[in-house]
Structures are given as structure tokens and as C-alpha cells.
Design a protein around this ligand. Structure first.
Ligand code: FAD
Length: 493
């Protein structure tokens, strides 16, 4: 029996940030694209992914919807705090800081439910048809033909499109219904998180005040994305506003075992010198557990279907790369889909190029994050690692994206020579870490150690000197580390 189906150029499953980023990128190229979004929720629940880095803010700005960020909290920088001996003396906490100074771009801490809703409102205004709440009760897919039966508020909608994009996040609609497989990966992490109210002020738990931050940065230290680096795990502290703070831990599942995630989360907080004081009087909201954080689909498209955002892959939230990768994907997918509609021709090579490029980008991040968990608690090992990462990220991604807007869509990948360099550094840092464990040593830091990453994106001519400074910091950091190791050898003899 023939049915009358409403026809669209594109149907998107899921109405989160990935879906909206894609629609807005498409409309920049072709405002007449006929898109349907199916979103299952009536209103967005509390969502994770609350730190938006400068690069994603740049993307939002270029989409022409920067105004939505004014309702969010300005992120004032990034901090990494190390406390290898779990000391209650605040002077023993070593800090690696990147305050945000006035410059070309800045980041934000997001109320994600609000942000995703604002984005969805923007795309609706531009003509996207949204069915919400949408329950997909039947889906049939053949090459370049997707037919879905949707139930919404007691009505049935029969819809059809040439292309279907999965933006359903961790629900992973295509993976589930079409049995697409995931790659085998080495990284095996989990996460537990909650929102807190009434957390303690800095003088009860944080490192002593930082004059430079207070006088030069764009805002108070407490609104920075703060990472507590601990053995086999790291914590994020993200103040969403004056009341609510998001706190979560990501850990290596191979090394950190527990039966009950809530008990684990509360015990970890109680036993940690800084967290216990930060949260001594805080009220805690619902605790959420994600058993397996990373995964990567074996492929990102087929003829008539493609994945974007967390429906396809996710690696690790440290330094908040989630939304940035999604924006890069959105730009590339938008070009492919608009081109497909214009020419009515499937550009097989270009789609394959997209697939290979993004799978390479995930592989690069997997390598970096996987290695990092080996020495994540160590101040000098991990900051050496971060400094090397800063050189690559700022000179390879941030700077080109600011100077040449078309470069924005190229995600971070490594050349063969860079891969050799990364492998060497990983090998060296792991070796030093193992040696230190065998010798009962940790990073030797002076009281109140505070070092700056040198990362900034200033206006004017200074902008061009920063990558050179970052190279200098990375090289001197590494040499200092080797010197420390050399000295320790002589001390023994
Ligand atoms: C622990 C952790 C911390 C993170 N922190 C950060 C961070 O600080 N910064 C950052 O940039 N990223 C972070 N991320 C990644 C972050 O989750 C992503 O950036 C982003 O939320 C993914 O967006 P998305 O649109 O792909 O998925 P989602 O935001 O999950 O949106 C998917 C949407 O699809 C809908 N949906 C699902 N199934 C269906 C269905 N069958 N039918 C219809 N609708 C459906 C859902 O209701 C939802 O609205 C973090 C991830 C983890 C695991």
C-alpha cells in the first residue's frame, strides 16, 4: 500500500547541540534546505558537556548566534591542580594555570539544557521542522531512502528523506538499530558526576590566591575550568553560576574498581584532601554514572546515513574537546550534504575522505589521552605532556582557524613525523613514571608552585609570538624534567 509520506532533504534523529550545529552550518551554505529534527524529550534534562572552549565559541560566533552565549557564564581560564601526596597543606598543591586574558576569543561554562534549547530555537526560527516529543516506532532504510514512522502527542507522522543523520548522542540510534560496530580501542574509562550547591570558598580548599590572575584575567579564578589531577583519574570543577557547580570524575576502569558508583563517588570526595574541604557543607544533586566513556564507530557514514557528535564517537572530556569536534564535523557534513542536494550526485570520494579524516582525529586523541592516564597525577610529567600538546593544538588548530576561517573544519591529526615525536615522548614519560614508582619518588615541587602555560590568544601583533613562546615552554619543560632525572641518578650514587 502506498502511503503519503512527508518528504525532507534531511531527517536528524536527536535535537541536541550536534543537530543544531549541523543545521546552522547547512543554512550558511543553503538556506532552503528542508530539514526535520526528531527530539525525544519534551524539555532537555540536565546534560553533561558544560565547558565550552574558545574554539567552539569562535564557531558559535561565526554562525552569527553569539548572543546566545551572553546568557551563559564566562569561563576565566583553565587550571590543573596536582597533589601527589594528598596533603592537607594548601602549599603542597602545585598548579599549572592558563588564565584567560582579554583577547580574540573566550570560553564559557554552559547550562547545557538552556544552551541546547537556545540552539534548537534558533534552527526552528530558520525553518527547521521539529517534532517533539518524538518516538520513532518504525524505521526502514535502504540506500538513500530513509522511512520513519513517528509517534508524537498521540499523532503518527510518516516521514521520508534521502539522508538521515544520527545526532542522538549516547543513545546511538543508528548503531543500535542498524548494528553498526565499534572499533576496538585501548582506552577504558568511566565517569561519575553530580551538581553541587554551596561549595566552599577558595581559602578553605584551593591554592593560595593568585595575584596575576586576580589583576589580569577576564574574571575570577573560581569561574575557571579546574581539573584536579589524581592517580588514575581526574576531576573537573565547573562553576555554572553563583549557585551551582558541576563536579565529576573520569577514571581508568582498568585501575579503579567499585561496586556502587554513588558510594564510590562520595568516598572519593571524603578521602581527597581538597575535595573533602570544597564539598564539606555542599548539597549534592542526583549522581550520574557513565560506565564506558570512550567509543569510536567503525565508520561514520553509509549511502544515505551519517553520524555526528556522540552518536559516532567520544574519547575523553579532559580540556573539553567534545563540542569543538562536533563543530568541525558539522562544517564538513554541511558541505557534503549541500553538495549532494545541489548535484544530486553522491560524491563517494569526498565522503570517504571525511570518514578517514575524522577517524584519524579520534585515533590521535585516543593515543594522547590513553598515554596521559599513566602519569596523570604527576605534576612535572603531566605538565610536560600538556605543554607539548599546547604547541600542537595552538599552532596546528587554534591559530590556523583564527587566521583562515576555512581551516576551522580540520580536526587535530598527527603527521607521521609528529607521531614519532609523540611516541617517543609517551615512552619517555612512562619510563620515568615507572622508575619513580620503583624508587618511591614523586614530582619535587617547592611550596606554592604555580606555573603558567603561556597559552593566550591576544589581539594585535603579540598574537604571532605566542606559538614560539609555547615551543620554548615545551622544550624547556622537557629539558628540566630530564635534568631532574639526571640529578636523581647522581644522588643515588
Ligand atoms: C563525562 C563527560 C563530560 C563531558 N564534558 C564535556 C565538556 O565539558 N565540553 C564539551 O564540549 N563536551 C563534553 N562532553 C561531550 C558532550 O557530551 C558533547 O559535547 C555533547 O553533549 C554531545 O552532543 P550531541 O548533540 O552529540 O549529544 P546529546 O547532547 O546527548 O544530544 C542528543 C539528543 O538526542 C536525543 N535523542 C536520543 N535518542 C533519541 C531518539 N531515539 N529519538 C529522538 N531523539 C533522541 C536526546 O534527547 C538528546 O537531546 C562530555 C562528555 C562526557 C561523557
Amino acid at each position: 500500500m502506498k502511503t503519503n509520506r512527508e518528504k525532507y532533504d534531511l531527517i536528524i534523529v536527536g535535537g541536541g547541540a550536534a543537530a543544531s550545529f549541523l543545521c546552522l552550518s547547512i543554512f550558511k551554505l543553503n538556506p532552503n534546505f528542508n530539514i526535520l529534527i526528531l527530539e525525544q524529550s519534551v524539555t532537555f534534562p540536565l546534560k553533561i558537556g558544560e565547558s565550552l572552549i574558545d574554539m567552539t565559541a569562535l564557531f558559535v560566533q561565526r554562525l552569527g548566534i553569539e548572543h546566545i552565549l551572553t546568557e551563559q557564564t564566562t569561563k576565566t581560564g583553565i587550571r590543573f591542580l596536582f597533589n601527589e601526596s594528598n596533603s592537607f597543606d594548601r602549599a603542597d598543591v602545585a598548579e599549572f594555570a592558563s588564565p584567560s586574558y582579554k583577547g580574540r576569543i573566550k570560553g564559557y561554562h554552559l547550562n547545557r539544557s538552556l544552551f541546547d534549547q537556545q540552539l534548537l530555537d534558533e534552527v526552528e526560527k530558520k525553518g527547521v521542522h521539529v517534532i517533539r516529543p518524538a518516538e520513532i516506532i518504525k524505521n526502514v532504510h535502504t540506500e538513500f531512502d530513509n522511512q520513519l514512522d513517528i509517534q508524537s502527542n498521540g499523532e503518527i507522522h510518516l516521514v521520508q528523506s534521502k539522508w538521515l543523520i544520527d545526532a542522538s548522542g549516547r543513545s546511538r540510534f543508528i548503531q543500535r538499530t542498524m548494528n553498526w560496530k565499534d572499533q576496538k580501542i585501548g582506552l577504558n574509562t568511566g565517569s561519575v558526576m553530580a551538581h553541587f550547591k554551596n561549595i566552599a570558598e577558595a581559602d578553605e580548599w584551593d591554592t593560595p590566591m593568585n595575584k596575576e590572575w586576580d589583576t589580569c584575567a577576564i574574571g575570577k579564578r573560581k569561574f575557571s575550568t579546574t581539573h584536579l589531577m589524581r592517580k588514575n583519574r581526574w576531576w573537573w570543577i565547573i562553576r555554572l553560576d553563583n549557585e551551582t557547580t558541576s563536579i565529576g570524575v573520569v577514571f581508568d576502569n582498568n585501575k579503579v574498581k567499585f561496586e556502587n558508583p554513588e558510594e564510590f563517588f562520595l568516598a572519593e570526595i571524603k578521602n581527597d584532601a581538597q575535595l573533602s574541604r570544597l564539598l564539606a557543607k555542599a548539597e549534592i544533586g542526583p549522581i550520574r554514572h557513565i560506565e564506558s566513556v570512550p567509543y569510536v564507530s567503525e565508520r561514520l557514514y553509509s549511502k544515505g546515513m551519517a553520524l555526528i557528535g556522540e552518536s559516532g564517537a567520544f574519547i575523553d572530556p579532559l580540556i573539553s574537546p567534545g563540542l569543538e569536534l562536533i563543530s568541525q564535523q558539522a562544517l564538513t557534513l554541511a558541505e557534503l550534504l549541500v553538495d549532494d542536494k545541489k548535484t544530486n550526485h553522491f560524491q563517494a570520494q569526498k565522503w570517504e575522505k571525511y570518514n578517514v579524516l575524522f577517524l584519524k582525529a579520534y585515533a590521535a586523541r585516543l593515543k594522547m589521552y590513553e598515554a596521559g592516564y599513566n602519569f596523570i597525577e604527576s605534576y612535572d610529567l603531566y605538565t610536560t605532556w600538556l605543554k607539548a600538546g599546547n604547541v600542537k593544538y595552538f599552532s596546528g588548530v587554534v591559530y590556523p582557524s583564527i587566521l583562515f576561517p576555512k581551516k576551522f573544519k580540520k580536526p587535530l591529526t598527527f603527521t607521521r613525523i609528529e607521531q614519532l615525536g609523540v611516541s617517543f615522548l609517551i615512552h619517555r614519560l612512562k619510563k620515568i613514571h615507572t622508575k619513580r614508582i620503583n624508587e618511591g619518588r614523586i614530582s619535587a615541587t617547592l611550596p606554592n608552585t604555580l606555573k603558567y602555560s603561556g597559552v593566550r590568544i591576544p589581539n594585535g601583533a603579540k598574537f604571532y609570538i605566542i606559538p614560539l613562546k609555547l615551543i620554548g615552554k615545551a622544550m624547556s619543560g622537557y629539558l628540566r624534567l630530564e635534568l631532574v632525572e639526571l640529578k636523581s641518578r647522581f644522588k643515588k650514587h
